[in-house]
Design a protein around this ligand. Sequence first.
Ligand SMILES: C[S@@+](CC[C@H](N)C(=O)[O-])C[C@H]1O[C@@H](n2cnc3c(N)ncnc32)[C@H](O)[C@@H]1O
Length: 424
Amino acid sequence: MTKGEHEAAENDAEDISVGGLRDLERRVRELERLLGRRAAEGAVSEASHPAPPAAAMKPRIVFLGAEPRAIGLIEIYGLADHPDFALADRRPDFNGRQFHGQKVFGFDELALDRLEAVVITEDPVVIKDSAEEYAGAVGFLRRKGLPPGQVISVSEPGKAHRALSRVVARTAEHNRQIGHLAVRRNLYHRSHYAYCMILAAETALQMSLAKVSAVEFGVYRGSGLKNMCEIADFIHQTLGVEFRIYGFDTGAGLPAVADWRDHPEIWTGGTYAMPDFTELAAQLPDNCELIIGDCKDTLAPFLRAYGSAEAPIGFVSLDVDQYHSTVSALKLFSAEATHLAPVIPVWVDDAYIGVLQTTYAGEGLAIREFNEQHDLRKIEQKVVRTDDFPRLWHHCIHFAHIFDHPMRQGRMPVNFEYFYHTAY
Ligand SMILES: C[S@@+](CC[C@H](N)C(=O)[O-])C[C@H]1O[C@@H](n2cnc3c(N)ncnc32)[C@H](O)[C@@H]1O
């Protein structure tokens, strides 16, 4: 602003007391225009200061996408005003504005010579529109010439945390809080897995164990399993508990439908055949194993060979869709008590969301029958709450209670430093 413009602005400011409200608003807008600002529009407003010259902004970490999730991550990692961090957006109308108090840069405003990672904050799947948004962000970064190794999605919390850890100095306690808060605030993708897995980790801590296992029944292309591996990596880095992960799948898709209990109106044999399980196996980390074959045949030998009390099964995802497959998968909960955690969060993918899903067919029926057949093993739905927003997935969480487990029988010391339920 020139000296003359300053004086004009100051004179305007003295005059405004004489006008009516409308005139006052007009004058305020005019004053802001003179000062190089504009009024806030919703959650997004233009920056109150002009953008620094591009060369001044050389972030090591960029969040791409002015999304509520980005703000949550900025808060829990303490990134606001961090000199190595920038929030950017590829939508031109967001550039130079403020989003929940955080300045939003245009991606082209940033110098990339120190850049280590870009975290895309849009959700990779969930609903069609957001998937397109995410694909748009990936394409945008590709066109900007970013190597894929520098691009991290919110389904990769392990990679994101590792990248952020290089720029954010944290105490061990802050690190642990990040683990809890990221899950509690649903900041990473597939919150239901994250929620169940952090409970599994806390159960391990209660048992003074450093390891726990997670099992996914029904893997298909592996997006859930790979996400599980990333969440495991994140929890290992934050809470210090290590996971072993097992994915069971026929490899050939759903078995043939046997009768009405398998929901023939929804499912057909052969749906969800894995495109190539050797390729998927090669993408999995060392702590994850793919077990190919019908789980009616593969589970018993797995449990016989398992025999490890040092990493009991602490989380199970049931996503084999049909009644008969679920009956086979639920045999896991008949394993020796020492193979299992005393209480196991169970993700039940197809039991309660759809109108056709009931406890008289499909996964719901398999669970009901399991409970009828076992006196000391019970699987029960528990509607959970992670933050202030009710979410559909809160209704799909179950817990398997292993009442004959040494801990549930009062024969095992419990580390009561960890009261995980109250934390959520
Ligand atoms: C809906 S898909 C799983 C999707 C995956 N959980 C995800 O979120 O990315 C269901 C999978 O269950 C597998 N499946 C069904 N019955 C099975 C059985 N009896 N044994 C092993 N796998 C089975 C199918 O091969 C199919 O890939």
